[in-house]
Design a protein around this ligand. Structure first.
Ligand code: GCB
Length: 608
């Protein structure tokens, strides 16, 4: 890694936010390069050789101490007497990007370490820095190039990169990654979730080539509360920190000049006559940032998002979020989604249902999702996997959650589609939890003051059939998410008839989950669990109830498509699929899909 002057390093920190230095030092995201799609890159996708290593023999010796000569050395016998008990080049291969579980039957339930190795040659370019970039690896990774450790990363759903300018050579590079998806009680998420623990290099891997001093990060959005003032900042990375920088939006004749400080940082603000981005008009502008040493393009939409009482205002006008929740499950497949095509299919299905909103559950999805949502005009909720039973009092757990939050916001903060950052899902009420989540909110606000902050919470009952939203954490969010399963985990669908909802907050509420399971093609009467008719009836009853909630600002039922989960073993019905999808794992639409489609169509018409 490049060594910078201390003042420069400190300045990088100030550019991001005001959290304790010790904390920042530990955070690998300080180096995160954004907008890799518009950079010069070399793909490392494709076949990688692997070694399955359940005992971590390639890492620990027989005294359980880290080895000097682990598998990351990619060693070969030098003579016929040499003892080397592994050989990447004779080992099997897996596709990257891709989870390992869906690629080999023997890895279907596997949780542990797999070593990945990719060999490659590289044409060095003058005055160019090179980074190796991972879209995501689940869950914990240690990365080595040519036998040298580059660093580690924890968290399965956010990108990370390491500089390799000095280590990379023209011939025979070998990049080795130890990926471990063992669940841990102190991790984020913890041991218990309702989705498949897909392991491996689940997203793309590439080399990113940048000039010696480059534009590493920037924020270009409308200023909070404004519909014409663009405000933001730019962060250079490299030794030539003081530069003149321009921000150009050619379509509206914007060409603004600024000078970065000795820290390579500049804040700016200017007015522009912009068409505002919205689901009906997803206007995107070519924005180019040019420094003396670098130039980088992005495609950015401009919109405002606020709340007023129980309303969400998009560009100053109330908007009802006609949503659906989505897991990162590849369409018609038992694999994790990881491509543009997957994003287009999933968001295309949502649009077909007349949605203008999607909840990306329960972790940051791959970058194709927000980029495609920007293009298609879909509003997004994006969240981190602070789910159910996190260790609230564990300092490292908090650091880890903060880091994942930071990486999510760093990557996606220029996407107009993203309107909500969500801190947590269905977490138990308590002081330690509140403190933990408040720290997350502070971090989110310090990184991005323009978006709304939410969390999916639960209701309690004031009396039979009188649910009330009163989670004390509700005080700290802008929008309240509430998950409920009336008619599925709680009574039968008719129960919805008698419910009257209350909230103690004057804030918008999104019913961020409701639903029930149905096996596509299983037909019976509406009282028969798992039938499409039961699910259809449940949705009809839910909709009737939801229409009576005066403070409702949106809905994102559970869920667009069936998704894999080890919690769902019921033979011939579930077979390890959560069947609450409105679309089956083969892409077939269930009856309830059309119930939502009609409901949203009517809402859409009344809006116009
Ligand atoms: C929930 C969780 C979600 C589950 C869902 C279910 O409340 O937030 O992750 O998958 O219920 O299907 O039970």
């Amino acid at each position: 890694m490049k060594v910078y002057k201390l003042s420069f390093v400190l300045a990088l920190f100030t550019a991001v936010s005001a959290y304790p230095l010790s904390d920042r030092m530990a955070a690998p995201e300080q180096n995160l390069i954004i907008n890799v799609d518009h950079r010069s890159t070399v793909s490392l996708n494709g076949k990688w050789q692997i070694i399955i290593d359940p005992y971590e023999n390639g890492y620990y010796d027989y005294r359980y101490q880290p080895k000097q000569n682990g598998y990351f050395k990619n060693a070969k016998p030098r003579n016929k007497t040499d003892l080397i008990e592994y050989d990447f080049d004779k080992s099997e291969a897996l596709n990257v990007p891709g989870d390992w579980n869906s690629q080999q039957e023997k890895l279907f339930f596997y949780e542990g370490t797999i070593w990945y190795k990719k060999s490659f040659d590289y044409q060095k370019k003058p005055d160019t820095r090179v980074f190796v970039y991972f879209g995501a690896a689940n869950y914990h990774s240690i990365v080595y190039l040519n036998g040298r450790k580059l660093g580690e990363h924890e968290g399965g759903f956010t990108p990370f990169n390491f500089e390799i300018t000095r280590l990379i050579r023209e011939k025979n590079n070998f990049l080795v990654v130890k990926v471990d998806n063992k669940r841990r009680r102190d991790a984020v998420p913890t041991v218990n979730t309702d989705w498949w623990n897909y392991g491996g290099l689940t997203r793309r891997v590439m080399l990113v080539e940048v000039p010696e001093t480059f534009i590493r990060d920037y924020f270009v959005q409308l200023k909070k509360g404004s519909m014409k003032t663009v405000a933001g900042w730019i962060q250079l990375d490299g030794n030539q920190a003081e530069q003149s920088i321009t921000v150009e939006i050619p379509k509206v004749n914007v060409k603004q000049k600024f000078n970065s400080t000795a820290d390579g940082y500049v804040e700016f603000e200017f007015d522009a006559e912009l068409q505002l981005w919205s689901p009906d008009n997803p206007a995107l502008y070519d924005v180019t940032i040019k420094s003396q040493t670098d130039s980088l393009k992005d495609l950015i939409g401009f919109r405002s998002i606020e709340t007023k009482g129980s309303k969400i205002l998009l560009n100053g006008k109330p908007v009802f979020l006609r949503g659906i929740s989505i897991h990162e499950q590849a369409p018609k497949s038992n694999a994790r989604a990881n491509s543009k095509e997957h994003a287009e299919t999933l968001l295309g299905w949502a649009k077909e249902m007349n949605c203008n909103f999607v909840r990306l559950a329960h972790y940051p999805h791959n970058e194709y999702m927000p980029r495609t949502a920007d293009q298609l005009g879909v509003l997004l909720w994006s969240e981190i996997p602070v789910y159910w039973t996190i260790l609230w009092e564990n300092e490292n757990t908090l650091k880890n959650a903060l880091n994942q939050l930071t990486e999510m916001i760093t990557r996606d903060k220029n996407r107009a589609s993203v309107i909500l950052w969500s801190m947590a899902n269905e977490t138990p009420v308590g002081d330690a939890r509140n403190e933990f989540l408040k720290t997350l909110i502070e971090r989110a606000r310090s990184l991005d003051s323009t978006r709304l902050i939410t969390a999916a919470m639960e209701k309690i009952y004031e009396g039979e059939n009188k649910p009330v939203i009163n989670d004390p954490f509700g005080r700290y969010v802008y929008v309240l998410g509430c998950n409920e399963y009336i008619g599925w985990y709680e009574g039968l669908p008719d129960r919805c008839d008698s419910y009257t909802w209350k909230t103690i907050y004057d804030k918008p509420v999104i019913i961020s989950e409701f639903g029930g399971g149905a096996l596509y093609g299983f037909h019976a009467d509406k009282d028969t669990r798992w039938s499409e008719e039961y699910q259809e009836y449940l949705y009809e009853k839910q909709i009737k109830m939801l229409k009576k909630i005066p403070f409702l600002a949106g809905t994102s039922p559970w869920i667009l498509a069936d998704f894999m989960s080890p919690r769902r073993p019921l033979p011939r019905i579930q077979d390890y699929w959560n069947r609450k999808g409105l679309i089956s794992n083969k892409g077939e639409k269930k009856k309830a899909f059309y119930v939502m489609q009609r409901f949203y169509e009517k809402l859409k018409l009344t809006e116009q």
